[in-house]
Design a protein around this ligand. Structure first.
Ligand SMILES: *Cc1c(COP(=O)(O)O)cnc(C)c1O
Length: 415
């Protein structure tokens, strides 16, 4: 019978054969650096495939060689994570930044132009502004909305069309929840692609996670995640992931082999454990976020709430949301009435919700973007983007929503 299982049904078992591990129901931690070959011939065959000296034969699997190249905890995890985005393959890294910098290094060469949305995650922004120009890569930032016309106009005006090699975006933008049209970016990438020069569209999908947005379906070529966030989901590991088609992933995995920035087996094992509850955790988080956002919106000490559920139906942003978002997510930001003093009073008054950066975890987290995660963003850009002293970012967790609201109510009382 032709039945396609949903990813959440496969997170416990997909890709793992108990018989290969003494019948253990769970994949053990393969805490090993190297693997014993059955014969010299087998070792030779494994290396031929791993080093691309010949194509894999039909039904031939890449054999286990050495844990920098492959390890069961990473391979099974990669197969499972690929299901959510329906990607051909996935590569796990020791951090989100490691995944991102590897993609940028693999697909950009001196003389190329990288166009990127702002604001980007601070680490990515730093790498783009301070490292890429050192190796001769030109960079051009754009703000949400410019992808539908303005960006292409600017590329044309500067005569850089022939140099464009990658568009890199984060949507929804952190911390404002502004949406960028993935399809519009894909069509710009396509417009400048030629037979021998593909322009790649990369989407950092960390803010929505693999449950709520699937950029590959909207024309992206590469998806990156900080697996530290929703995928890990328990604030206990740092990891990253890259997903895409077989051709893209072969390049990513090859560079990973030589940079040696893959995650270790223990991280792979913990992430597999996290994936089993990805859907139940995030279902609860998005439901809680809806209650919390509505509460915040009705509060007299709050000026404005940025939440995908509040985008007006007659707006361009709403059309984009309908196209590419499967949920309103669990990230909220809001402006308190006042400035830094009031925002800090609120943050210092929280007890259940923890004052920390990061997001997507089981516990709710709050922070002040202007002085913390986004303190490095150009002041002019901060102003255009609405990252001001009164802004607070909230990542909603799995606690009982009435308790989260109680904590917020109490802390707002401190203002
Ligand atoms: C956290 C984060 C990163 C960086 O990931 P690390 O795992 O901390 O290296 C990249 N992009 C976004 C959107 C993030 O939130």
């Amino acid at each position: 019978m032709n039945h396609k299982f949903k990813p959440e049904s496969l997170m416990m078992t997909h890709g793992y054969k108990p018989a290969l591990s003494e019948g253990a129901i769970k994949c053990p931690i393969f805490q090993t650096s190297t693997f014993v070959f059955k014969s010299a011939e087998e070792g030779k065959a494994f290396f031929e495939v791993a080093y691309g000296k010949r194509e894999k034969l039909p039904n031939e699997e890449l054999g286990l060689i050495y844990s920098r190249l492959n390890n069961p905890d990473l391979e099974i995890l990669e197969n499972r994570l690929s299901l959510w985005d329906e990607a051909d393959d996935c590569a796990i890294f020791e951090s989100g930044m490691s995944a991102i910098s590897t993609v940028l290094l693999e697909f950009l060469s001196p003389g190329d132009l990288l166009a990127f949305s702002t604001p980007l995650y601070g680490g990515t922004d730093h790498f783009i502004h301070h490292f890429l120009p050192k190796i001769g890569i030109e960079i051009m930032g754009f703000i949400p909305g410019e992808e539908s016309g303005e960006l292409q106009k600017r590329i044309e005006e500067k005569g850089l069309g022939g140099k464009l090699k990658m568009i890199y975006i984060e949507t929804p933008a952190n911390p404002t929840n502004d949406l960028i049209d993935i399809e519009a970016c894909a069509s710009i990438a396509k417009h400048y692609s030629t037979d021998d020069n593909q322009v790649f569209l990369t989407v950092d999908n960390t803010y929505m996670g693999p449950m709520w947005q699937h950029p590959l379906k909207h024309g992206a070529d590469i998806v990156v995640y900080s697996a530290t966030k929703y995928i890990g989901g328990h604030s206990d590991i740092i990891a990253g992931a890259v997903l895409g088609n077989a051709e893209v992933m072969k390049r990513v995995k090859t560079l990973r082999t030589f940079l040696g920035n893959m995650a270790g087996p223990y991280t792979g094992w913990l992430l597999m454990r996290s994936l089993e509850t990805l859907k139940v955790r995030t279902d609860e988080q998005q439901k809680n976020a809806g209650y919390v956002a509505r509460y915040l919106q009705s509060h007299p000490k709050i000026k404005h709430v940025n939440y995908l559920g509040f985008i007006p139906e007659d707006s361009e942003q709403y059309k984009i949301k309908q196209k590419q978002c499967l949920s309103n997510g669990a990230m909220i930001s809001f402006h308190v009435i006042g400035g830094e003093k009031e925002a800090f009073k609120f943050l210092n008054g929280l007890k259940l919700i923890k004052l920390a950066v990061s997001l997507g975890s089981t516990e709710s987290l709050a922070e002040h973007p202007k002085s913390m995660t986004h303190c490095d963003v150009d002041p002019h850009d901060q102003e255009i983007l609405g990252i001001d002293d009164s802004l607070v970012r909230l990542s909603v967790g799995v606690e009982n929503y009435q308790d989260i609201i109680f904590d917020i109510e109490r802390a707002l009382g401190e203002i």
